[in-house]
Ligand binder design. Structure first.
Ligand code: NAD
Length: 374
């Protein structure tokens, strides 16, 4: 089994992500997802994927095939064989197929409304900035970048160009995630006192970019721990006051020369709620447990592609199972077609908020100090 296959099957077997903004701690209605049906005459937005790796191929391209208000209109790839394969499969005209060198010519392509960046993390900044300069609205995968500074540059580039910027926080549109956010924020089981959230998997190929700090920005925290940070913020509808953190021991010196093998962290929120988080490239684990003063709610799997599963002290959560990338793309495009804006809860500011917390967790783990976030 290849690395991509083993990561994919792990994510599928378990279930991944959450989302918000300051104004974005709003809890969307689960049923809103079901209402994404379009008027027959509504325009379909053209999306160009940049970086045709595992997530683009196996999840986003499928979402674009299923979505009613957007479609795969173009591709940007450094691999000629992939250009040929994708152009054939999706019937793409040659003028909508770009490589990383001629990508900027996309400025002249009216078929492309949105550029969706799905490259390794360290390249997000470059392609978001180039897409913005080409006057295209931009979606960018999580984590938004590999530093706080890069996130700020990306936000400014999109503001300067007058284009929208969104981060691929697919779980913002997922019913189980929306329900756990509603229960937490509306205090359905009283005040949330404690959250335990863990996400890790056993990583394969020791040569892959995810294990290189310069490309990934860090290890499992950047890749999957971000879902735990998102979940904590969105269940509580608050921003953390401080973090403490500890790296775990390195048991595999071949793979973990450059990034952490695992990391644990603690956060306190203004309401007094405490969060314990854990992220790993060694342990298969995926759960979100929310303890409130009158009960509990938990998701496990909580973050991967689903189906997610959840229960409370009252019994199982019975909610629709959706294709995450399809509902995400449909909801973002629906909002854009109606308002010319992407939903604010998945905007660049949201990616920046997470990045500040991830960097504070690394600083806390490195220094042994409590790092203030206010
Ligand atoms: P991947 O390794 O499968 O694909 C990366 C793609 O980028 C490949 O097509 C590769 O050819 C291309 N690429 C361009 N320049 C490269 C370079 N210098 N080095 C290596 N590859 C280069 O990775 P992936 O799993 O598809 O992840 C891509 C992005 O999507 C990451 O930011 C990741 O965090 C994100 N992602 C998000 C989710 C989600 O659920 N939202 C899931 C998986 C991945």
């Amino acid at each position: 089994m290849s690395e991509n296959q083993s990561r994919r099957s792990f994510l599928q077997n378990l279930g991944v992500g959450l989302g918000t903004t300051t104004a974005a701690f709003a809890v969307p209605s689960v049923m809103a997802i079901q209402e994404t049906k379009l008027q027959k005459d509504e325009k379909k937005l053209g999306v160009a994927l940049v970086g045709l790796g595992s997530y683009a191929k196996n999840q986003l391209a499928v979402g674009l095939e299923n979505a009613k208000n957007c479609y795969l209109a173009g591709i940007v790839t450094g691999t000629p064989a992939k250009a040929e394969e994708w152009a054939k499969k999706y019937n793409l005209p040659a003028k909508n197929v770009y490589n990383y060198q001629n990508f900027d010519e996309i400025v002249n392509n009216k078929d492309i409304d949105i550029v969706y960046v799905v490259t390794p993390n360290s390249l997000h900044r470059e392609f978001v900035v180039r897409a913005a300069k080409a006057g295209k609205h931009v979606m960018c995968e999580k984590p938004m970048a590999t530093s706080v500074e890069d996130c700020k540059v990306m936000i400014k580039a999109c503001q300067d160009a007058g284009v929208q910027l969104g981060i691929g926080y697919r779980l913002h549109f997922e019913p189980f995630t929306q329900e756990i956010m509603r229960i937490g924020q509306k205090k359905v089981f009283g005040d949330v006192r404690f959250i335990q959230t863990n996400f890790g998997f056993s990583i394969g190929d020791p040569t892959q970019w995810r294990l290189k700090k310069a490309m990934a920005g860090g290890g499992p925290l950047m890749d999957v721990g971000i879902y735990c940070v998102q979940a904590s913020r969105h269940v509580l509808g608050e921003e953390p006051l401080w973090v403490t953190a500890q790296y775990g021991p390195i048991s595999d010196t071949e793979r973990f020369k450059d990034v952490e093998e695992n990391v644990s962290w603690q956060m306190q929120f203004p309401s007094g709620a405490m969060v314990n988080g854990f992220s790993s490239y060694k342990s298969n684990i995926e759960q979100l447990y929310v303890s409130a003063n009158k009960g509990f709610v938990q998701l496990s799997p909580a973050y991967s592609y689903g189906p997610l599963k959840g229960k409370t002290h009252e019994g199982d959560l019975k909610l629709p199972v959706v294709h995450h990338q399809t509902v995400m793309l449909e909801e973002i495009c629906k909002e854009f077609l109606a308002t010319k804006k992407f939903p604010t809860h998945i905007g660049g500011e949201e990616g920046l908020r997470d990045m500040k917390i991830l960097m504070a967790i690394y600083e806390a783990a490195q220094t042994g100090k409590r790092i203030s976030l206010v």
